[in-house]
Structure formats: structure tokens, C-alpha cells
Ligand binder design. Structure first.
Ligand code: URP
Ligand code: ZN
Ligand code: ZN
Length: 460
């Protein structure tokens, strides 16, 4: 099966030109002006932007967390991602403390195998690093194609590891060519503040925010950078939200260290004023919490300074019924919010349209850099001969309104209800197959494939 995409305005992380793309099977075979070829199907892309499929390297699908499960499973989550122009996601496997990494992988596969609609890969979250876990790292990097290991410096008593475990894990991961991603907030400080607020009877969602002040993130980000510097292990800070934390990374560059940074769409465009209401604020209870306007400015600047390489989502949706678990106590509200479908359109509308980032930067932070950092480039993350034909056709001028009544995520509210966005995903091809066509999904559960990843590169 061959497809010719004609006359589109191709945007990559570096280029912007009008040309045709010939796809044969799952890959891009040729790119050129007025390609003189015969194809089974022709798509006229005149007037459209043609960009690589988005990559969201931070999602939680069907994840057991805080006494419940995130409400999007592999089918609903990856399908919603496709509707929003994201063709590949990376989910986090969580090791159960006391059990092996391998058993966690088996558990995750039981939920992902034959269920995904879009492509996916895994990070492995190590919540219990010991002599047995240590022996498993090499196998994951070399055989399973899982080359990134997530650590939590918070969620004390559940997922958090201490610095001793962190150093040991970093040394092992570095030895075999992997990378550590980290949730960098100070779990002990947060634990103290949660207990303090609860003892004072301060139980509303606002106190979730007040239990995780900027300093808790700045401190842990600096500590993580120090440990990564000491061990020489490549490090990637997930969902960085604030000025203090980005300054810790900026400081690390002064000793010629590179620490990769991801922020998420919500931290660029939403702020903590959303917590100043009654229980409604639970929709945005996530960790770290939303911050201040000055932090949004820092993050946009960080993107343009090359300090922030990736804009992800940390998609971790919960139904309203699940959020109500914390009605009487903010510390029981399941942490997370839905965005897998909205990330690309919001980033385009708020970033490109408002002059905060260029089109090339948009592609870089929503797709290319994640592919490079996580060992999928150039198979994923660009439009080039030989790459997977993961292609998004985008109408830059179409305006529409985000709403839970029209989105495809399995969650009964939207964090962006009523938001007007300009720029819409019109068609999405995944490995050469038309997956989304004018708001209709054309591929089914099981079409999504697991992406085995290569060892990481520190030079992107
Ligand atoms: O609130 C969040 N972020 N929920 C998902 C788990 C995590 O910390 O990434
Ligand atoms: Zn986290
Ligand atoms: Zn997360």
C-alpha cells in the first residue's frame, strides 16, 4: 500500500518547506517537489502543515495509584492521543516494592498487549533498588529496549526511594547506557507539610498546593543534578514546573553538566489560582501542583533557551467520582489530570499562535527531542526518508472549543473546558496507515505497537 501526501507545508525541528511525501508500507520512501510517482492513494495537503507525529513521553495508562486506577486504559488513552496528533506515548511501569522489575513488566504487558491503538513504549519506575533489582537493569536496557528508569524523590511510603538507592541505581544505569528520569520534589518536606495542614484541619484542595511549595522542587532538582553529576549518569527531570527548579538545572550547566528537562502543557498555561475555589480545584490536583504566572514565563523562556527540551502531559486522568475520594481530605485526592489529547493543539494555539515559540520549536519539543533523548530517533520524531510514516496534517487556521462533551479521553470532565484553540489536527497517519481522518478513528485496538528503544544519547 502506498500513499502520496501532496503539496503540504512540511515542518520538522529544523525545516519548513513545501513538498510531497511518498509512503510505502510503514515508512517514508521519498520526499520531493512534485514527485512523479504512482500511489494507491493521494492525500491533497495543500494549505496544511505536515508534521511528525507527536511523542508524549510521560503518560500513566491504567495505572494503579492512590487506591484506584487512572481511568484511561491502553485503548482509550492511545486512541485519544491519536485524535490529538500524538502517535507514540511512553508509559511508566511501576515496580511493586519487594517484587522484581520483571514481574512489573509482566503485569503492565497484561494491560497493554493487543490493546493499544497508537504506538507506545515503557519507562521502568524503580521503587525498590536492591541487589536483586540491580541485576535486572542490564537485561532491560539490552534485551527489552527499556532504556530509561524512573525514580520518585516523593510519595513517601509508596514510591519514594532514598538517595542511597538513587546513587546505586544511577551507577548501574550509567554502566549499561541508560538514563534516569526523576520526579524531583522533596518527599520528606512534603510529607511534613501535608501532616501539618491536616493537623490544623486544612483539608481543601488548596492545601495540596500549599504542601508542595516551590522550594520542595528546587531543592530536589538541585540534589538530583548533583547526584547525576557525581555518578555521570544521564538525567531527565520530568514535569518541571517552576523557576527555582529550572535555576537548579541552569546552575548545573555552569559545571558543564547537561540535565534534560521536561515540562507539561498545564504548567505553561494554567496557574495556581485554580485552587482558590472549593472542591472544584481537585480537577487540577496533581504533583507537582500548578504554579505562578512568573513560573509560566520561566518555562516558556526555558524552552527557547534550550534548557527545557520536552513538553509532555503527565496524563493521569481520574473520573470525578475518583477525585471525590479526597472530598474530606486533599491528601486522598488521586493526583493527576487529563491532557493526552489536548497537548499538541494547546501548545500550538498558546505557543505558536501567540508568538511564544516558532513552528520548528513546536515540533522539537512535542516530538523530535523526546525521540532523540529516549532512543527512538530517527525512526520516530521526524519526517525523513526511512522514518516511520507517523505524520500529522494540521489546519493552522481552524478554531474549535475543548470540552469533555467532545473529547475522546475516558474522563468525565476537562481541565480545559471551554478553551478556544486555533489549529486542528485533521489527519493522522501512524506507520503509513490513516489512523485519524476528520475526527474519525480508522484503526482499532491492537494496531499500536510496542517500540523497543535504543540506548540513550546525551547529545541531542
Ligand atoms: O499528579 C501526578 N503527577 N500524577 C501522576 C504520578 C506522577 O507523579 O507523575
Ligand atoms: Zn511525578
Ligand atoms: Zn507522571
Amino acid at each position: 500500500m502506498s500513499i502520496l501526501i501532496k503539496n503540504g507545508n512540511i515542518i520538522t525541528a529544523t525545516d519548513n518547506y513545501v513538498a510531497d511525501i511518498l509512503i510505502e508500507g510503514e515508512t517514508i520512501k521519498a520526499i520531493g517537489k512534485n514527485l512523479d510517482v504512482v500511489a494507491d492513494e493521494i492525500i491533497d495537503a495543500t494549505g496544511m502543515l505536515v508534521m511528525p507525529g507527536g511523542i508524549d513521553p510521560h503518560v500513566h495508562l491504567d495505572m494503579p495509584f492512590m487506591g484506584t486506577y487512572s481511568s484511561d486504559n491502553y485503548e482509550t488513552g492511545t486512541r485519544a492521543a491519536l485524535y490529538g496528533g500524538t502517535t507514540t506515548v511512553i508509559d511508566f511501569i511501576l515496580q511493586t516494592q519487594g517484587k522484581s522489575l520483571q514481574s512489573a513488566l509482566t503485569d503492565w504487558k497484561s494491560r497493554s498487549d493487543n490493546n493499544a491503538v497508537g504506538d507506545y513504549s515503557f519507562h521502568m519506575a524503580v521503587t525498590d533498588f536492591n541487589e536483586d533489582t540491580k541485576k535486572e537493569i542490564k537485561h532491560f536496557i539490552e534485551e527489552e529496549g527499556i532504556t530509561s528508569f524512573k525514580t520518585f524523590m516523593a510519595y513517601k511510603g509508596a514510591l519514594m526511594i532514598d538517595d542511597r538507592q538513587m546513587i546505586g541505581l544511577m551507577q548501574e544505569v550509567k554502566k549499561h547506557g541508560g538514563l534516569i528520569n526523576v520526579h524531583a520534589t522533596n518527599g520528606d518536606m512534603i510529607d511534613f507539610l501535608i501532616a501539618k495542614h491536616k493537623s490544623e484541619g486544612k483539608l481543601a484542595p488548596l492545601y495540596h498546593y500549599l504542601s508542595q511549595p516551590e522550594i520542595t522542587e528546587a531543592e530536589a532538582s538541585g540534589r538530583f543534578a548533583d547526584m547525576a553529576s557525581y555518578t555521570g549518569c544521564p538525567g531527565y527531570i520530568v514535569h518541571l514546573t517552576c523557576e527555582g527548579a529550572l535555576n537548579a538545572v541552569r546552575n548545573a550547566t555552569r559545571r558543564n553538566q547537561k540535565v534534560f528537562v521536561e515540562t507539561c502543557i498545564q504548567y505553561l498555561i494554567l496557574d495556581a489560582s485554580l485552587y482558590e475555589q472549593n472542591f472544584e480545584g481537585a480537577k487540577w490536583v496533581m504533583s507537582p501542583p500548578l504554579r505562578e504566572k512568573k513560573d509560566q514565563a520561566t518555562l516558556w523562556a526555558g524552552i527557547n533557551q534550550g534548557l527545557v527540551q520536552v513538553v509532555a502531559t503527565d496524563h493521569c486522568p481520574f473520573m470525578w467520582e475518583q477525585k471525590l475520594m479526597g472530598k474530606e481530605d486533599f491528601s486522598k485526592i488521586p493526583n493527576g489530570h487529563p491532557a493526552i489529547e489536548n497537548r499538541m493543539e494547546l501548545l500550538f494555539s498558546e505557543g505558536v499562535n501567540k508568538g511564544k515559540i516558532t513552528l520548528n520549536k513546536f515540533v522539537e519539543v512535542s516530538s523530535t527531542n523526546a525521540a532523540k533523548i529516549f532512543g527512538m530517533f530517527p525512526k520516530k520524531g521526524t519526517i525523513a526518508v526511512g522514518s516511520d510514516a507517523d505524520v500529522v496534517l494540521w489546519d493552522a487556521s481552524e478554531e474549535h472549543t475543548l470540552s469533555a462533551s467532545t473529547h475522546h479521553m475516558n474522563v468525565d470532565y476537562s481541565g480545559y473546558e471551554g478553551w478556544q484553540v486555533k489549529g486542528k489536527v485533521k489527519k493522522v497517519l501512524l506507520r503509513g496507515k490513516l489512523a485519524i481522518d476528520n475526527n474519525e478513528c480508522k484503526v482499532g485496538k491492537g494496531f499500536g505497537k510496542f517500540v523497543k528503544r535504543n540506548k540513550v544519547s546525551q547529545n541531542i
